[in-house]
Design a protein around this ligand. Sequence first.
Ligand code: PLP
Length: 430
Amino acid sequence: MNISKSKTLFSQAQHSIPGGVNSPVRAFKAVGGDPLFIKRADGAYLYDEDDNAFIELINSWGPMILGHNHPEIKEAIIKAMENGTSFGAPTAREVHIAERIVQMVPSIEKVRMVNSGTEATMSAVRLARGYTGRDKFVKFEGNYHGHGDAFLIAAGSGAITMGAPNSPGVTTGTAKDTLLAPYNDLEAVKQLAEANKGEIAAIILEPVPGNMGLVLPKEGFLEGLRSLCDKEGILLIFDEVMTGFRLAAGGAQERFGVIPDLTTMGKIIGGGMPVGAYGGKKEIMDYVSPVGPVYQAGTLSGNPIAMAAGMAMLDHLNDHPEVYEQLETIGTRLVTGVKKSLEKLGLSYTMTHLGSMYSLFFTDQEVIDFETAKSSNTELFGKYFQAMLKRGVYLPPSQFESLFLSTALKDKEINHILQANEESLKEILS
Ligand code: PLP
């Protein structure tokens, strides 16, 4: 495969951009080789600067649930652009998108738009602290909530990939208020609540973590957290930046029937534009400025182009519930096919799957938390990634990321992925 233009761009980029990329996982450090520089995307495909085409299973880390360049979203963006790119004043679109989110997401009665998932989680935890008058919060090892200081402790996603789940620059003062528990370990959370009685503002989690690879909640785990929060006056925050509008129209909370106090969202909500949001019960959300005392703001929040893209996306998902059936079918076909190949080749690697998210872990342990996810053979994953790439399939460049599917994957692409998977597994094991 000729990737000479990407190689040249990467070496040029390193002179002016740290590591040559604007977000660490993009550098391919965990899988080796040089990153591809992408020129354009359409449907299920990415095209690099050397005009190689790849079927891709990242979908911009989640948002492109309908595939790239979807005509309704493209049209909404072009139309909105004709009227100016930013006003810094309220718009009708912000009202419409807020109403749509309230209608779709079970826990949300009021919502505030921000510009990224990171802003959403930082703001939600600040709000929980302001509302409860407590300082501490619980997060789970291997869950990723963006790069806010208080979250960069045992963080998943790029932080694990780069081998730095705890980042320098986070002060001990900040870190002391972040309490850690293993994901899926309700007993550990109960012990933290007991040891810090009356001091914990919130428990934040990815209800279905995708940032240590995909991990599923054990039966009763989410319900157990809900009861504990009710008992202890702690706010339950679901970080649905990945799972929102993906696992169901109402996210993981709809799928599992557990309703948090606050929800953070991003990715799909912007239709590929930089958007995040947090929302929840009225009485909590009314604690946010200007009606309440907790300050949070943003010059570009509710940006008209981003809102137009997000609105087109949410309208589509709301008006086409069959999208979720399609995603289930695509997910099941791929996972069944990969499992068949594993069986045929006598391999006992672990697969996790829910709807349009799945992971293949290069370990034979059941993956239920950060520790078990880390039992994966990451070197072998790197070889698998390269073998797939060579065959025209672009996976997330880290073992510790979920794959994201889109409705743009049709028979042709599914068959191609499954064939590439079997050939790649054979190649790396030979
Ligand atoms: N929360 C979760 C669950 C995420 O997966 C991410 C990003 O991947 C974030 C928060 C941070 O979002 P952003 O990258 O938009 O800041």
